[in-house]
Design a protein. Structure first.
Length: 136
């Protein structure tokens, strides 16, 4: 992952090791992503507010953890995640910011974390009750 000849943040492809089978693996060196929580409730908020939450995780496996992408399912969400490998035993965080502009009522959103783990995708969820100023 580099652009315009810039090697900063480049990940050695030798670190990516994802087993072919989601149910069985003969590979003893695998990263494992373990989140403290995978769901968050922002509660009631006023339409137009922006709120943030950080999902903390740990690599409980025995190989470097590489997050290749955090896909959002709505343009109302922004994400930040580590772009460098997380060593076994180390911790990291994925931050999300939700913009409630133009939304109303109960909101149930998710982001999909793609990594070199088994399984390769982890879903993080968040929800909020968005109300207009006169209904708050």
């Amino acid at each position: 992952m580099c652009a315009c000849g810039n090697d900063e943040g480049k990940i050695n492809t030798g670190l990516v090791n994802n087993p072919a089978s989601a149910t069985e693996s003969n590979n003893t060196k695998e990263p494992k992503i373990e989140f403290k929580v995978t769901e968050h409730d922002f509660g009631k908020m006023i339409q137009g507010e922006q709120v943030s939450f950080t999902y903390k995780f740990k690599n409980t496996g025995n190989a470097p953890l590489i997050i290749s992408a955090v896909e959002k399912t709505c343009g109302c969400t922004d994400t930040k995640f580590p772009r460098t490998p997380i060593k076994p035993g180390d911790e990291g965080a994925i931050s999300i910011t939700y913009d409630s502009k133009g939304h109303k009522g109960f909101q149930n959103k998710r982001v999909i974390v793609k990594a070199n783990t088994n399984p390769s995708e982890t879903i993080l969820k968040f929800k909020a009750q968005v109300q207009t100023v006169d209904n708050f």
